[in-house]
Ligand binder design. Structure first.
Ligand SMILES: [Zn+2]
Length: 122
């Protein structure tokens, strides 16, 4: 008997038609979940601002991570924790998952994306 492969059994790394974070159309980025101002989680590699006050205005896209950090500091007075120079693979994974989570939220809706990954190390 042939078993039908369920969605959860598909190999990780399969994009299931979801475009990667860096391919998100800036025009769609207003659908990305906003950061929690009490406890902002900003993943390594993010290039868009997700502050709530930025959502209704034009979407800002930055090309360098250091510019995103400056933007949060300057425009929103948010100083998020500095990123480590090096993470091991298991520390890096929640950041990779986080970018993918944002990509799914934008393209499929937040209810499809599940809970936000929480990194243990930045
Ligand atoms: Zn902003």
């Amino acid at each position: 008997m042939v078993r039908v492969q369920g969605v959860e059994e598909q190999p990780t790394g399969s994009d299931n038609g979801v475009k990667p974070y860096l391919s998100i159309d800036p025009a769609d980025f207003h659908k990305a979940p906003r950061i929690d101002l009490e406890d902002p989680i900003i993943y390594r590699g993010e290039i868009f601002c997700r502050h709530p006050d930025c959502s209704s205005k034009k979407v800002n896209r930055y090309t360098q991570k250091s510019i995103v950090r400056k933007h949060y500091r300057k425009e929103h007075s948010i100083e998020y924790r500095p990123f480590s120079k090096i993470l091991n693979a298991s520390e890096e994974q929640p950041h990779v998952d986080g970018l993918r989570w944002i990509a799914i939220c934008v393209q499929r809706g937040q209810e499809q994306a599940g809970a936000a990954p929480v990194p243990r190390k930045w």
